[in-house]
Design a protein. Structure first.
Lengths: 613, 506
């Protein structure tokens, strides 16, 4: 809902698509004025690791519970953004101005969300249309970065319409320290270099409408986004700066009609969605162009019954892809049928949510299943647990499309995930905390391997066991008038390679830190809001041989905002990211990440998103 | 709670591990072995062959030179009960002695021989009593100076190992596994030093003594091009970083020297030494970088080795721009210097002379790379005695895309051929006579369809790796004849094999 205040209470841990799942709901309003994109927001949740390939508009993908980006399903208003070309969804391709909240769902979720969700799901939910609500925001920050967005909600007839536009750009020329003799035990002092050819821009338009049609409800969304980014290449080739670049675009149109059915408690819904994506990369190796389209139809029936709510659904999607390396047009049908129930037992104290889903994804068939349960034990204590199995079908790119020096492998099998989790939730007054444990076995994971001096090819080469603990706590504002609020999460992730070549068995998965800690302290005395954040990312490996270690790093952020006007709200915010200028983190040895940056935002809103008195 | 139980079990679960082995190999107790040839796992895991046996075609058979007496493998050169032949026993107080090719029973051991279990043996050369009684060398190894040694060491990139082989390229002991694909090896002081590349660079110290553990030193990057040993230090060119690493024999990095124009990705490849100088080929990646030779002053190398790097190991004192030297390439090609060797006080550098080419990767899919021969391969000759004057030798139509080189006597041998353009640059080994006032290019030896890579001369025999397979090619540098390639490096788990380097084993 537009203007919705902070997500508190059990709603903070409940995903709409699977109420018994281990989930964290992140409200964008909690971070208003802080210039944070999807990747930065989801990194506050336990179980999530973001692979940042350069910051500032560059590629960013997410890992949940150790799964690689391919095994994390990314949805925009419930519509999957993965394409038949495969690859993890680039989180920086979603304009941050659209975000209302993000549901981070952890676990093997194929039965509820579809194939591809081995580690979990990120569902980015855009704002709901609300009559009279409007907002506008402008941001300026380090490295020649600027952003602006505006949205307006209006009643039209019996319905409401939301229009939103947004754009951002950056020069991306951030400084970084470079060690020219990285292995010298007595190295010369590092020199400060500047990242070149690292600019990016992105713009988007969003329209959402909801309207009653008789006793039915129509919801529709249309979005357009496009962006361009320069690709800086290896940081070692400083004097021969890359001229590589890529542009991308996305158009999505979806409509959903829901109406009561002929029987009592029956509700029927149908959805049609169309999506077009486009990528044009100009690389020194040669150009690469790809176009992708998808058209889907889905139908759903939910029947309230005495013990709960039964849900039956079926969907069909046709994907089409054209591009370099593709002969003609590649098509793939995706068909699915699913059934699930949300059983409420013993006066709602116990909830059981069994679900099963059958998928045909191109030439691959598979079953996903999950049993989830939540049990309100006593007082503030409740328990949640689930176990499930799902799969990810190899993409057309992995199977059939050569790209430069990468050759496809038509013999690939689906990746499989099998896992479970359990958590204790405690909600007492304004405090909500959870402690959970999970374990998942991933098998037949697809890894790219060198198959000759100049070529790489994907193989079902790996399997891994991932287990760990996830702790999360948050409070509603405490101690008036200071209005203190605390938020934190801790992730312990123990990964082990179960299948691989000599020298990798028993090792930890690369880029998966054993510990991650996020903490945030905020205070809102009157019109002023202050906050401080700490992200601690534990040491992790750059490689599956566990030889190149990236040391632990601590990133500190701090910011303040002041409300200049109450109604409509006008707020001025300042944010310093990576306050201590920690330069430890990098994606690999040749990809530095930005150090300290400063951001200023002025925002006007018909309501105050910080919700302070 | 019923749901929690399986989860709790899963949390405590110790799942089975599954090793992915190269094609044709099996997982035996966590190691990938070839059941066809591995003497400890002959035909099946754990099925070890006897001391006098070898594993051939997954079957234990008597080793070469070992007789079968009553269906038992017998060493008639040493066995006092079958001395010289089956059923010929020595008296109880006699020894079975083999000297000068003749075996017989003797009352005492001749000078230089040691009695071992009623056999007289030379512990400096006896394969079954090498260095001491009862110390047997692995099948295929020779005993030299009292230590078991394979004749050759071969780097196998796809299976990330260094494999010992005999002079005939037969199995000669267990391989040593490296963390990633070895691209260059050098043998020195009882160890093989391996420079390993993708996906994560490292330098391995692989002792020839199987009882000693390997040491792997991680270094930055994913592309190490050359390793050599000088004055007790191991030098490695790091192409990713654009530097030269200096390591102790134990594998500790003590210094790192940036190459000229490090920021432009100079891509250092091969290097060689003359006196206290070193010359490093800077291959670059195209226009605007590399295409030159870095000259280093290594006069402080000994001091650097002695004080563990407190003294700088070397410094860059010059750069020779090869692209500016007439004749080093044919427009629009560039020189691309790669391998370097010293002979007679001069430095010889192969110049690939390549131009940019477009490669198809499917319908409407292409990419470009500097890989197509722009003309004949070239050889740059640098004369340090003449102020580093550079002269250029045209290697002729029989040598496109020259790469590795090695010296045998007064003959310089060059590996020629292009993996991507075998029609215009077929595989060949080119002799260049250095005995005259100027190099004289000889007639190339055709080794196609192989594309020769690294070279070594061991015991008068030439060895060339094949860039397109796991084979090694033996050739006679005197008779100028080439034998059929022998597969040494197995197919890796991902369907390719590459013998990336070869070095003499002693």
């Amino acid at each position: 809902m537009v203007g919705e205040s902070v997500v508190t209470g059990q709603a903070r841990h409940r995903a709409a698509g699977d109420p018994t799942a281990s989930a964290t709901v992140i409200s964008a309003d909690d971070f208003a004025g802080e210039a944070k994109g999807v990747a930065e927001l989801v990194s506050t949740a336990p179980g999530v690791a973001v692979d940042d390939y350069g910051g500032l508009g560059q590629l960013a993908t997410a890992s949940i519970r150790g799964a690689n980006a391919n095994g994390v399903l990314v949805l925009l208003d419930g519509i999957a953004l993965q394409t038949a070309f495969g690859g993890g969804v680039d989180l920086s391709s979603i304009p941050r101005g659209w975000i209302d909240r993000i549901e981070v769902v952890r676990g093997v979720e194929g039965a509820h969300y579809g194939t591809g969700s081995l580690g979990g799901v990120l569902n980015v939910v855009t704002a709901r249309p609300l009559d009279g609500r409007w907002s506008a925001e402008a941001t300026a920050g380090s490295f020649g970065s600027f952003a602006g967005s505006a949205e307006l909600g209006r009643a039209i007839g019996d319905g409401t319409l939301l229009l939103a536009v947004g754009g951002e750009r950056t020069d991306g020329d951030f400084p970084y320290l470079w060690q020219w003799a990285p292995d010298d035990p007595n190295p010369p002092p590092p020199t400060e270099e500047t990242r070149r050819n690292n600019g990016a821009w992105r713009a988007g338009f969003l329209a959402k409408a909801s309207a009653p049609i008789g006793n039915a409800a129509l919801d529709a969304v249309a979005l357009l986004s496009a962006g361009r980014r320069e690709l800086p290449g290896s940081a070692w080739a400083i004097a021969t700066a890359s001229t590589d670049r890529q542009a991308d675009g996305r158009a999505l149109l979806a409509a959903r009609l829901a109406a009561p059915g002929p029987a009592e408690g029956l509700r029927l819904a149908g959805q049609v969605a169309g999506r077009v994506e486009w990528l044009d990369a100009r690389l020194s190796l040669g150009p690469l162009e790809a176009r992708f389209g998808a058209l889907s139809l889905a139908a759903e029936a939910t029947q309230e019954h005495r013990g709960g709510r039964l849900r039956l659904a079926a969907a069909a999607e046709l994907d089409a892809a054209r591009g370099d390396g593709v002969s003609g047009t590649l098509t793939r049908w995706r068909l699915s049928a699913s059934a699930g129930d949300d059983l409420r037992i013993a006066g709602d104290r116990l909830r059981l949510a069994p679900a099963v889903r059958a998928d045909r994804d191109g030439p691959f068939d598979g079953l996903s299943a999950k049993l989830g349960a939540s049990w309100r034990i006593a007082g503030p204590v409740s328990l949640r647990a689930s176990a499930g199995r799902t799969f990810r079908a190899p993409s057309e790119q992995e199977l059939h499309i050569p790209q430069g020096t990468v050759v496809p492998n038509p013999a690939l099998r689906p990746e499989v995930g099998l896992g479970g989790d359990a958590a204790v939730l405690i909600e007492r007054g304004p405090v909500l905390a959870s402690l959970g444990a999970h374990a998942t076995v991933y098998d037949d994971l697809i890894y790219y391997q060198r198959v000759s001096l100049g070529r790489f090819q994907p193989f079902n080469a790996a399997g891994a066991l991932v287990r760990g603990l996830e702790v999360e706590a948050a409070t509603a504002p405490l101690l008036k008038p200071a209005n203190l609020s605390l938020q934190g999460s801790w992730t312990l992730l123990d990964t082990e390679i179960l299948r691989g070549v000599e020298g990798t068995l028993g090792n930890e998965l690369p880029h998966r830190a054993r510990h991650r800690l996020y903490g945030r302290l905020a205070a809102a005395p009157g019109p002023v809001e202050l906050h401080a954040e700490a992200h601690v990312v534990g040491a992790h490996w750059d490689d599956d041989r566990n030889r190149d270690e990236v040391p632990a790093a601590t990133l500190l952020n701090a910011g303040a905002s002041v409300r200049l006007r109450r109604a409509p709200s006008i707020r001025l915010s300042a944010e310093v990211k990576n306050l201590a200028d920690d330069r430890t983190l990098r994606f690999d040895y040749a990809t530095p990440l930005p150090g300290r940056s400063v951001w200023f935002t002025v925002a006007a809103d018909s309501q105050d998103p910080k919700g302070t008195p | 709670m019923k749901t929690l139980l399986p989860i709790a079990l899963l949390l405590l679960l110790a799942c089975d591990r599954q090793l992915v082995c190269p094609q044709g190999e099996a997982d035996c107790d966590g190691r990938c072995v070839d059941l066809m040839t591995d003497p400890r796992n002959c035909g099946a895991c754990g099925a070890a062959v006897g001391l006098l046996e070898v594993c051939a075609a997954a079957t234990a058979t008597c080793a070469p030179g070992i007789a079968s007496c009553d269906a038992t493998c017998t060493d008639t050169a040493r066995d006092p009960d079958n001395c010289g032949d089956c059923g010929v026993p020595c008296l109880a107080e006699q020894y079975c002695t083999t000297e000068g090719g003749t075996t017989g029973c003797t009352d005492a051991c001749p000078a230089g021989f040691t009695p071992c279990d009623r056999a007289c043996v030379d512990p400096l050369a006896d394969r079954f009593n090498c260095g001491a009684c009862g110390v047997a060398c692995a099948p295929g190894q020779a005993c030299r100076d009292g230590a078991c040694r394979a004749d050759l060491q071969v780097a196998c990139y796809a299976t990330t190992e260094v494999v010992p082989v005999t002079a005939d390229l037969a199995w000669a002991g267990d391989s040593r596994v490296t963390p990633s694909g070895p691209t260059s090896i050098a043998l020195h002081g009882g160890a093989v030093y391996a420079a390993n590349g993708y996906p994560s660079a490292s330098v391995s110290v692989l002792p020839l003594d199987p009882a000693l553990p390997s040491v792997h030193q991680s270094v930055t990057g994913d592309d190490l091009q050359h390793v050599a040993v000088l004055d007790g230090l191991v030098l490695v060119s790091n192409a990713s970083v654009g530097s030269l690493l200096f390591l102790t024999p134990a594998g500790d990095v003590i210094d790192e020297l940036a190459m000229p124009d490090q920021a432009s990705y100079p891509n250092p490849h091969g290097f060689a030494f003359v006196g206290s100088s070193a010359y490093v080929a800077l291959y670059g990646s195209g226009e605007g970088n590399g295409q030159s030779m870095a000259k280093l002053d290594l006069s402080t190398l000994a001091a650097c080795a002695a004080d563990g790097g407190a003294t700088s190991c070397g410094s860059v004192v010059g750069e020779l721009d090869l692209a500016a030297v007439a004749g080093t390439s044919d427009a629009p090609g560039l020189p691309f210097p790669s391998a370097v060797v010293e002979a007679g006080g001069r430095i010889y550098v192969t110049l690939a002379n390549l131009k940019e080419a477009s490669f198809s990767c499917g319908d409407a899919c292409s990419y470009t790379a500097w890989a197509e021969p722009a003309g004949h391969g070239r050889l740059a000759v640098i004369d340090p005695a003449a102020a580093d004057a550079v002269s250029v030798v045209d290697l002729g139509a029989g040598c496109g895309n020259p790469g590795a080189l090695a010296v045998d006597g007064t003959t310089l041998w060059v590996s020629c051929g292009s993996w991507s353009f075998p029609a215009t640059a077929p595989g060949a080994l080119l002799p260049v006579d250095l005995s005259g006032a100027s190099p004289a290019v000889g007639t190339p030896l055709d080794v196609s369809p192989a594309i020769p890579g690294r070279l070594a001369f061991c015991g008068g025999v030439g060895y060339a790796t094949d860039q397109a397979s796991g084979a090694v090619i033996r050739f006679d540098p005197e008779a100028r004849t080439v034998e059929d390639p022998v597969e040494v490096c197995p197919m890796g788990p991902w369907g390719f094999a590459w013998a990336s380097d070869v070095a003499c084993g002693h």
